[in-house]
Design a protein around this ligand. Structure first.
Ligand SMILES: Nc1ncnc2c1ncn2[C@@H]1O[C@H](COP(=O)(O)OP(=O)(O)O)[C@@H](O)[C@H]1O
Ligand SMILES: Nc1ccn([C@H]2C[C@H](O)[C@@H](COP(=O)(O)OP(=O)(O)O)O2)c(=O)n1
Length: 234
């Protein structure tokens, strides 16, 4: 099957809106591949730290991005998903707000984005792909038959992030997370290249007062309506 007719569900939106959670549930439910594109930008930021490359050195960072030695090991019934950078597991350490902020900085560099484009498109494999990020529906998979723009208020997103991080990082506070989320939103929406914006044909969904199950059902219903998958109970 040619790549362009393999279905993609693109899920874009700001930090903490629930993209990653919903994308992995959908991928497991449908048996489709999963692209966590934010993880790739996080890996570039972490690799830059390992190799002591400042986050404004565009040419060096794009070289690093092009040669990034990374393996995504999908979750199985027995073990959770694992991400290896240069052979080392970095699954948890790429999730800190510090690495997220670094990712948002390297992601604003056009040469870095260009170096990562084909690597992301290669995830499009049968029977289908769930792609999570900022520009999945606008740049990487503009022909995706279903595009979701998932949002939630900044306060709710900070609250979710706080609950997620507080045990692993006891230093985090709700106030600092809200500040970091607002700074990252501003950088991601205002950059010149591939800014965070809804594709004109995306369905916008505000998840502020929706449960994870309600969001999942909404997207599955939209996928069924478009004949991307058969009717199945969640
Ligand atoms: N609709 C929701 N209601 C409550 N909590 C949610 C919802 N969606 C996601 N979460 C939780 O919010 C946190 C951040 O979600 P995540 O999927 O990492 O967001 P994103 O990938 O958009 O940054 C996770 O702990 C997740 O379980
Ligand atoms: N397709 C993408 C995915 C992420 N990015 C950038 C912008 C984000 O602030 C960082 C980190 O993305 P990630 O999706 O992991 O962040 P959150 O889990 O939503 O907090 O990477 C991007 O520019 N384009």
């Amino acid at each position: 099957m040619s790549a362009s007719i393999i279905p993609v569900i693109a899920i874009d939106g700001p930090s903490g809106s629930g993209k990653g959670t919903i994308a992995s549930l959908l991928a497991r439910h449908l048996g489709w591949s999963l692209l966590d594109s934010g993880a790739i930008y996080r890996l570039v930021a972490l690799a830059a730290e390992y190799h002591q490359i400042p986050l404004d050195q565009e040419a060096k960072l794009s070289e690093l991005a092009a040669g990034l030695d990374v393996r995504f090991i999908p979750a199985t019934e027995q073990s959770p998903a694992n991400i290896l950078l240069e052979g080392q597991s970095v699954t948890d350490c790429i999730r800190t707000e510090q690495v997220g902020a670094g990712a948002s900085k390297v992601a604003a560099l056009p040469q870095v984005r260009a170096a990562l484009l084909q690597r992301q498109r290669d995830f499009r494999q049968t029977p289908g792909l769930i792609a999570d990020g900022r520009d999945m529906g606008t740049v990487v998979f503009p022909d995706a038959p279903l595009k979701i723009f998932l949002t939630a208020s900044a306060e709710e997103r900070a609250r979710r992030r706080y609950l997620q991080l507080k045990d692993k990082s006891p230093d985090v506070t709700l106030t600092s997370l809200l500040g970091e989320i607002n700074a990252r939103d501003a950088r991601d929406t205002q950059r010149a290249i591939a800014p965070l914006v809804a594709a004109p044909d995306a369905l916008s969904l505000d998840s502020t007062s929706l449960s994870i199950d309600q969001v999942l059902k909404y997207i599955l219903d939209a996928a069924i309506q478009r004949n991307l998958c058969a009717e199945r109970q969640v």
